[in-house]
Write a protein that binds this ligand. Structure first.
Ligand SMILES: *Cc1c(COP(=O)(O)O)cnc(C)c1O
Length: 362
């Protein structure tokens, strides 16, 4: 069986380093917001080409705190792609704001910049872009729109650690929100997240928000959260960060094999030299997706669907999201994610290609 993901295999090479880190951590006697967190924050900010980074408890919390720290007025609206993972939309709703969904470009699966302006109102305060599957959004156009309407840019980079657009890293265009969920390209051994930014005052606000709204112990200036990156996870993340470029390189090589060897009957991800994609997910699209997934499973290949149900069809959002989103629906109905993990070998990917190409749609 060619698995879709196997976290033990992904992390195996690092076990002895993790064990050393764990031993030091336990012996330190300091378990919350200690030196591991601040060291990792510095390393991660510099990796992203940003001045600051603030470690938080998860990717969702990174998004929630990033919005909260701007203190937008009560009835604000925030633009978000209609095909994102639910976390981006939930973060807007949790802040009490209205998510305004914009359809993606069917070729890149990222927010269609040409459809943003028609959704902007006097209440719009920010554009949340999502660099889905590890490909960045068309940031030039988005920056132009944000400038014209005086909007903040918040980037959901949970699938795009290290991806670039015109050589500039994900998270360095606006406020960058990252997840270190174990399956992400930079994954911890548990939950974690971070926000990267260049503004010192905003960074201080985030540090207060993650820690009960307090910068000075027992003095609470903000209504905060308890959302700190765990000291133990920060230690593991510093170790993982050192091999992130290697992880990216490996995934890009596997993606190249798919792009070269997969039959053109499948709709493959687009490649554009302005974009350095990190392939958190390698997806193809096919009209008989469900049958194809079953055929692959019957032939020993596990493929996943990201995601089967679009946000506008989710029960909890029935009264929050209105409108129809045919492009998002089309993507959700046809997308299939193929194995592309750090532990997969080139031979395994070639085998998947061969099995894929042998599929005869009936
Ligand atoms: C994983 C993910 C998140 C949420 O991250 P968590 O750490 O699981 O909270 C947010 N947005 C996108 C696009 C993701 O893929």
């Amino acid at each position: 069986m060619i698995e879709y993901e196997n976290l033990k295999k992904v992390n195996e090479k690092l076990f002895s380093k993790y064990e050393n880190s764990f031993r030091e951590f336990t012996a330190s006697g300091w378990y919350i917001l200690g030196k591991n967190v601040s060291i990792f924050e510095n390393e991660f900010a510099s990796f992203c080409g940003a001045k600051y980074s603030v470690g938080v408890a998860s990717g969702l919390d990174a998004l929630i705190l990033a919005i909260d720290a701007f203190a937008f007025p009560k009835d604000s609206e925030i633009i978000v792609p209609s095909n994102t993972y639910i976390a981006t939309i939930l973060a807007i709703v949790r802040n009490g704001f209205k998510p305004v969904l914009v359809e993606p470009d069917i070729k890149t699966y990222n927010i269609d910049p040409d459809k943003i302006e028609q959704k902007i109102t006097s209440k719009t305060k920010a554009i949340m872009v999502v660099h889905l599957y590890g490909k960045m959004c068309d940031m030039q156009k988005i920056e132009d729109i944000a400038k014209k309407y005086n909007l903040k840019i918040i980037e959901d980079c949970a699938q795009a650690h290290g991806a670039t657009y015109n050589g500039k890293k994900a998270g360095s265009f606006g406020i960058g929100c990252f997840s270190f969920y174990p399956t992400k390209n930079l994954g911890a051994l548990g939950d974690g997240g971070a926000i990267v930014c260049d503004d010192e005052e905003y960074m201080q606000k985030l540090k207060s928000l993650r820690n009960y709204g307090s910068c000075k112990k027992y003095y609470n200036d903000d209504l905060g959260y308890n959302s700190r990156l765990d000291e133990i996870q920060a230690g593991f993340l510093s170790i993982k960060l050192k091999i992130l470029d290697d992880i990216t390189q490996h995934k890009r090589e596997l993606a190249k094999l798919y792009l070269e060897n997969l039959d053109d009957k499948f709709i493959k991800p687009v490649v554009d030299e302005k974009y350095m994609d990190v392939y958190h997910i390698f997806n193809i699209r096919d009209n008989k997706r469900d049958e194809l997934q079953k055929y692959l499973l019957d032939n020993g290949v596990k493929a996943e669907i990201h995601y089967p149900v679009p946000p506008h069809k989710q029960k909890a959002y029935e009264h929050i999201i209105d409108g129809v989103y045919p492009i998002s629906q089309e993507i959700h109905d046809t997308t299939l994610s193929l194995p592309i993990s750090y532990f997969h070998t080139k031979d395994e990917i070639l085998k998947v290609c061969k099995i894929m190409n042998g599929w005869n749609e009936l």
